[in-house]
Structure formats: structure tokens, C-alpha cells
Ligand binder design. Sequence first.
Ligand code: BES
Ligand code: ZN
Length: 408
Amino acid sequence: MFKTDLLKTLAMSGVALTTLAHVHNHSITQEINDSHPFIVIGSDMADSSKSLSSFTVIENHGDSKIAIVGSEEKGQLSHIAHEDHKRCGGYFAFETLEKAQNFVKDSKVNAESTQKAIFADYNLDQRELVESKISLADELSIRNTILKLSSYHNRYYKSQTGQDSQAWLKSHWESLTAHRNDVTVDYFEHDSWPQKSVVATIQGTEGGDEVIIVGGHADSIAGWWGQAGKKAPGADDNASGTATFTEVLRVLAESGYQPKKTIQFMAYAAEEVGLLGSKEIARSYKAQNKNVIGVLQLDMTNFNGSSNDISIVSDYTNDAQNTFLKTLIDTYLTDLTWATSRCGYACSDHASWTSQGFPASIPFEAQKNDMNRRIHTANDTIEQSGGTAEHALKFAKLALAYVIELDN
Ligand code: BES
Ligand code: ZN
């Protein structure tokens, strides 16, 4: 059944039968590159990939395409993605056409309706409270968290150090909130890999039905396919974001802020291998019908690569909430400037929430073209950001303003 469908598709797109045999001879037990001939790429990459002799598009899906490519040319595809399109892994590979189709469907589901819908009251009326909390955000606290997280050999989703770093983060959050009986810190465990996500919850005083989420991925990776043994400090990607929302938690907890709505901080596992941790959590929240009124993603906040301070990513995010963020900057962070930028694909965990129908945004460290080029290497250290957390501090202030204004 699958084979005849594939045959038809390939015949229509003019792929030689030798290629088909080639595709079918791959078994899932082979090396990952060889067993995943079906790739999903952004339309922007399709043109520059045409030069590869084995590259054939078999389905068009708006912004993305499903194609096949021989394992020998996968390295070149990564190169094209990385050099021409400033993309990291660059493409997603699957064992079967069906899996590739499901992936495409999944990232589109609800995305369009979510884009335009309004989920919350975005009026600003908490100037005094916001200003007093913002003044407590501290560069050195953020810097120290970045230094601690990036001191692990890597935080890869399958390595022991990737589990140890999450255990450290959990106990750090516990010690920051030990004096509060309305705060819990839990693991969210994943069945298919060892690294856990960590979730801190400040229970809302008004019943806690509505939830505000601030998160980012805590894992790191070296190279495109990841290797458990490789050094990956991930200081910018994404110790920076994790340290940024850790600071938001510290300020709110230490200053005695008792939210009306429930606030959750989420350090996702396994983002670097396909948004896996956040995808499971967002799906579980959807299945439980949780009333999430806003999701803020912090992924890469400490490399000051552009003339503007904060880039609001406009794709796979919620328009109304993005406008809210711009208004927060204009109102409370008046010495900062913002611009918009596009990722072009589902580049981080905000996309997991968007595809489940929740309103998500990602304020980013720079324009996409000016981003930190050392990510996913052994050189992703805080030194690349001047050795301080000055840039990340701006994002901690924005996230504080976001939480407080959404809560009230
Ligand atoms: N931190 C990056 C996301 C990112 C990269 C945002 C560049 C904006 C510009 C993230 O950790 C990452 O590496 N994402 C992957 C995709 C993911 C689904 C594996 C990427 O960009 O290739
Ligand atoms: Zn990354």
C-alpha cells in the first residue's frame, strides 16, 4: 500500500526507479542519515538545493516541501542550509513519507487561526508594579546561571551531563523559591529519552485556571546530528534564555509577587533534535484543555548582533501578542529599540505551542542574519557575548513586564 503510493508519487515527479529501490533498501536500523531519505525543507531552500543530483521534490505544502535526497548529499544539504540560509540543522529527515507528511501537517495545525486570535487583555495598567520589579533584575545573577549551565560538557538530550544539568536547574529553582509555599518545581518526564523537562509553577491566587508560560530549551548540541560525547557549552543557545527566565522566577519569588493567574516556567528537554520536549508538553496541555493565555519563548538572548535591541519573530507566533510585546518595550523599556525578523521555519519551542493552538511569541537577540554564528559548536561560550549578560538582562525585564501585565 505504502509502496504503491510512493511509486505513484515518484513516477509523477519523474524519479527513476533505481532511486526507489535505493530508498526502499534503507532500513531503520541503519545509520540515521541513511534511514531517513524523506526530508522536509522550507521553500526558501528548495532552489539552492536543485544543484544536488539526488534532490527531488515530491510534495509541495505551502511554505515547506517534502523531498528525497541521497545520503551522500545530505552533508551538502546541511551546508546549503547553514551557509545560504542561516539555518542550523537545516532540514528534517524521516524514515517514511507518511512521517514527513504528519510532521508538515502538525506544524500547520491551528497555526493560522492562532496567528490572528486574541487570547488576553493586552491593556497596560501596571506601571508602578512593572517598574519596581524591572529594577530588581540583575545582570550578575543571569551571568552566573549562564556560566553554571555552560560549564557542563554538553546538555545533550541523551547524555548523562544533559540529565545532570536539569537536576542542577531543578534544585536551583527549588532554592530560589524555598520560602514560598505557593511554588512547586517538578520534572516533566519523557518516555523516549532520558533528559527531563523542568517546570516551576507559581499557583495563581484566583483559582489558577488561566496559565501564563515563560520558557525555553535547556538542552544543547554540537554539530547537526548531535553527539553525546561532543563538547557543547550552549552559552547562548540556550543557557542565555534559560538564565533569563530563571531571573524572572527569582525576582518574582524573592519580591513576594503573588500572581492572580498561574505562572509556569519551563526548561524544555530535547529541543535541538526537533522541539521534542516542548512538543510533548504542548500536546499534553492541549489534551487536558488547559487555558494557556500566553506563551513567551526565550531562546538566544545574549548575543547583541544587531543595531536594534530586540527582534520580535513574526512567523509561527501570535500577531496580537507580538504587538503587545512591542508596546511593552515602547512603554517600559524606553531606551531600547525593537524590530521584527522571520525564522522561516519552526526554529524553536514557540512553534510547538503555536501548532497546538496556543498564543506564543519569541523575542530574539538579533535579526536572523546577525545571529550568533558560534551556536552548536564548542565555541558557544559567554565570551562571544563579551563575558557578561547585559543583553540578556533586557529580555529579563521584558519578560517581567510581560508576565505582570498579562496577569493583571
Ligand atoms: N536556538 C535555535 C533557534 C534559532 C536559530 C532561532 C537561529 C533563530 C535563529 C534552536 O536551538 C535551533 O537550533 N533550532 C534548529 C531547529 C530545531 C527544530 C532543531 C535550527 O534552527 O536549525
Ligand atoms: Zn540550537
